[in-house]
Design a protein around this ligand. Structure first.
Ligand SMILES: [Zn+2]
Length: 382
């Protein structure tokens, strides 16, 4: 743990000029063309001769292709990275075939969907000073809203809607946080984003409803407009921007919350999501599922960095059991838990969180205190 190395990504907005934007778009278009050409070659080799090409056969052609001026992707390593991506999708394809799973042949990518190029080794074609030097594009303005801590390994340039980002993948050492000897259980839900075993409800962030509404309006605008028209394309771009904004806000919220939790608790018990099944089932479940699992992912990563423990427990029965062990059946509409046996009463989600905590503690018990209510900054996030 102490000498393990952790990869983390820093994502910064970059502000290319008009001319630079055109250059970036061309780099993506060329990357896409290379991707599809490499895919085509592999497809043909496989269909016609039952040969599967590997990365090196394809990479060895790069020099000639570029010498002929056939490819305007500026950086050589970027090209290699794209061929490696093709290689990866093929390996995954053959793995699925071998395992007898349903496997669709790797597909060609559309220019509109091809939105990332990666510089696989920092310093080769990409360099950060007070601006970001990108080969084939020049010096691009970048907003570094926090310092990069660690050694930069790779940089990806990404298009999201009409915005551009640079993602720095950095190697860093984990930094243990001070121990608190506190443990907490978390129940995720629909009513609140999460409920803690100490009784804290963490609300879904404030703008959830209004942004869902904007999303619906934008969606409707897209469907109303004629396919292939300029106006429709504009509406699609707008829709994509709204999606992106929602994603970013939610991401921010989750980052703040997970940071707070990891700082305050040494052991965090959560539900294992994939066996959650239909137990919380309502219509909006997919949206929530996605946001819970990305939240848990952040928690897991931060706990690992900080030397804390994240424990996933089997959630079955946690909403139907009293902390005394007796089963108290409640359907989803019943929000209050009242135990006929021991008399304990509380909000059902709090009781679930307490059950999740006690399952999490059952192996790791004695050294933890069951937390008193601690202030969480993220609770009031807006
Ligand atoms: Zn009871």
């Amino acid at each position: 743990m102490a000498d393990s190395i952790i990869r983390r990504t820093y994502k910064f907005r970059i502000y290319p000029s008009k001319a630079q934007t055109l250059d970036l778009q061309q780099q993506l278009a060329e990357g896409c063309r290379l991707y599809n050409a490499a895919l085509r070659e592999r497809k043909d080799a496989y269909r016609l001769n039952r040969v599967s090409l590997n990365y090196y056969t394809q990479a060895n052609q790069l020099k000639d292709i570029r010498a002929n001026g056939d490819l305007a992707l500026a950086n050589f390593s970027c090209c290699q990275d794209i061929l490696r991506r093709v290689d990866k999708t093929f390996k995954a394809f053959f793995r699925r075939v071998k395992a007898g799973q349903k496997a669709g042949f790797p597909r060609f990518r559309s220019i509109r969907r091809f939105d990332t190029i990666t510089f696989p080794s920092y310093g080769d074609g990409i360099k950060l000073t007070d601006k970001l030097r990108i080969q084939g594009v020049g010096l691009v303005k970048v907003k570094l809203h926090r310092p990069i801590d660690g050694k930069i390994k790779t940089v990806s340039i990404k298009r999201e809607g009409s915005k551009w980002y640079a993602c720095f993948s950095v190697e860093t050492k984990p930094e243990p946080l001070p121990r608190t000897d506190q443990a907490i259980g978390i129940d995720v839900g629909i009513e609140s984003f999460a409920t803690l075993s100490d009784g804290t409800h963490i609300d879904n962030w404030k703008y959830y409803e209004s942004e869902q509404k904007r999303l619906r309006v934008a969606q409707r605008r897209v469907t109303r407009r004629k396919k292939g028209s300029n106006r429709r394309r504009k509406a699609v771009a707008q829709l994509r921007n709204i999606h992106q904004k929602i994603f970013n806000r939610r991401n921010d919220f989750q980052h703040k919350l997970s940071t707070d939790l990891v700082r305050n608790y040494d052991l965090i018990a959560v539900e294992k999501l994939n066996i959650l099944g239909m137990s919380k089932g309502i219509l909006s479940k997919q949206i929530h599922d996605a946001s819970w699992s990305s939240f848990f992912q952040k928690l897991r990563f931060k706990a690992e960095c900080a030397g804390k423990q994240l424990i996933e427990v089997d959630p079955r029965g946690t909403s139907q059991r009293c902390t005394c062990g007796v089963t108290v059946k409640k359907d989803l509409s019943v929000r209050w838990h009242h135990c006929f046996s021991c008399g304990y009463q509380n909000h059902r989600d709090i009781v679930s969180a307490q059950n999740i905590l006690s399952l999490g503690l059952s192996d790791n018990g004695s050294k933890y205190q069951v937390a008193d209510r601690l202030p969480l900054e993220a609770v009031c996030f807006s």
